[in-house]
Design a protein around this ligand. Structure first.
Ligand code: NAD
Ligand code: ZN
Ligand code: ZN
Length: 363
């Protein structure tokens, strides 16, 4: 079928809204009419991160829409279902069977190769392949092909424009607190970089009753949102030493730290901000290498780790966060700003400048 997509034509180029041809759904595929698609920082990074030969490409991995058609072998979904889309996993390997679907043995092939497992692209233009299948969706488009494993069915009465970011950004921040760190109220948490991912972590830490939460970000608008969730904030451009300030605010160092900046000097600060035996989770994408403070790491017996999607299984985490939203303990609606799909580059500019937290395109 003919549809519209936000295409990145070449490495480092902005998005262009263009007509493309999307395959009919195969027997294991689901055709989804997109209502809304969140833009995650990863969609922006990929345009310069992937090798030049992987363009033109359609990204987008926070799709939310309505199922239009299902292949013959698809179970659990039918036309008319409202779905929030997330990342893919095989469901069958040891990691998937243990519930850690973000570390599926087939994750690279299922989410990042720009094509189906058999090497075909699901998108064409003038007969030439366009890379797609990003997170098994490529949902920066009016229609997308997805799979039963990455479509989470949601209540059709809910507003899909507000739920789109639950498939990646919000899930990752929330899951990092709920699954990876599991802080107790008496623990302290510092979050470096409070965009969509960092703010979701802060919102959930507050919901879990964590008393001491510190947000570090140079953007005043974002620090203000973090403060609204009960965090104390630091402007890293205003203090002589961010690390010293975090230590002051947390009684000698935070039990837990999260980095979403992917900036090597900031990751090092996040490590240094920890108290002895503390744990840092580095979530950002974009750096090739991090440099740790080896003496501090050793003396403090610290842990530095990372996480894909907050170790979440979207089929559990998305409904859980929707329940928290209904209960008023995951109040992220005001962080969403909608844009008509053809204003995709304005949306990118606004999230980059910090004018908005979570841009969502409406198709
Ligand atoms: N691990 C995963 O599974 C996963 C999932 C989603 C996103 N990500 C990655 O997480 C990161 C965050 O995503 P996002 O959408 O929230 O991005 P974002 O750009 O909205 O947020 C990053 C924040 O870092 C802040 N920042 C910049 N310099 C800083 C400094 N010196 N100190 C403190 N803060 C600083 C920015 O002002 C911004 O608010 C991206 O790298 C993204 O690719 C990872
Ligand atoms: Zn698997
Ligand atoms: Zn993402």
């Amino acid at each position: 079928m003919r549809t519209r997509a936000a295409v990145v034509e070449a490495q480092g180029q902005p998005f262009t809204i263009a007509d493309v041809d999307l395959d009919e759904p195969r027997e294991d595929e689901v055709l989804v009419r997109m209502v809304a698609t969140g833009i995650c920082h990863t969609d922006i990074t990929m345009g310069s991160f992937l090798p030049a030969e992987m363009f033109p490409n359609v990204f987008g991995h926070e799709g939310a829409g309505v199922v239009e058609e299902v292949g013959a072998r698809v179970q659990g979904l039918e036309p008319g279902d409202h779905v929030v889309m997330s990342f893919r996993s095989c469901g069958d390997c040891a990691k998937c069977r243990s519930g850690l679907v973000g570390y599926c043995d087939s994750t690279l092939l299922l989410n990042y190769m720009g094509m189906r497992m058999d090497g075909s692209t699901s998108i064409q233009r003038d007969g030439s392949p366009v890379f797609g299948s990003f997170f098994g969706q490529s949902s920066l488009a009016a229609h997308a092909l997805a799979y039963a494993d990455n479509c989470v069915k949601v209540d059709p009465d809910l507003d899909l424009t507000l739920l789109a970011p639950y498939g990646c950004g919000f899930q990752t921040g929330a899951g990092t607190v709920l699954n990876v760190l599991q802080p107790k109220p008496e623990d302290s948490l510092v979050v470096y970089g409070v965009g969509a991912v960092g703010l979701a972590a802060i919102a959930v830490a507050a919901a879990e009753g964590v008393e001491s939460v510190v947000a570090v970000d140079p953007l005043a608008s974002r620090r203000a949102v973090a403060e609204g969730f009960g965090a104390t904030s630091i402007d890293p451009t205003e203090v002589a030493s961010v690390v010293d300030r975090v230590k002051e605010l947390t009684g000698g160092g935070a039990a837990y730290a999260i980095d979403t900046t992917a900036l090597p000097p900031v990751v090092k600060q996040a490590q240094q901000s920890l108290r002895a035996r503390g744990t840092l989770v580095a979530l950002g994408l974009g750096a090739e290498e991090y440099v740790l403070d080896a003496i501090d790491l050793l003396q403090g017996g610290k842990t530095v780790k990372s996480s894909i999607e907050g170790d979440a299984d979207p089929q559990e985490m998305v409904p859980r966060l929707i329940e928290m939203r209904a209960a008023g303990t995951f109040a992220m609606d005001d962080l969403v700003t909608t844009y008509p799909a053809d204003q995709v580059n304005q949306a990118v500019a606004d999230v980059t400048s910090g004018a908005v937290v979570k841009p969502v395109l409406v198709w």
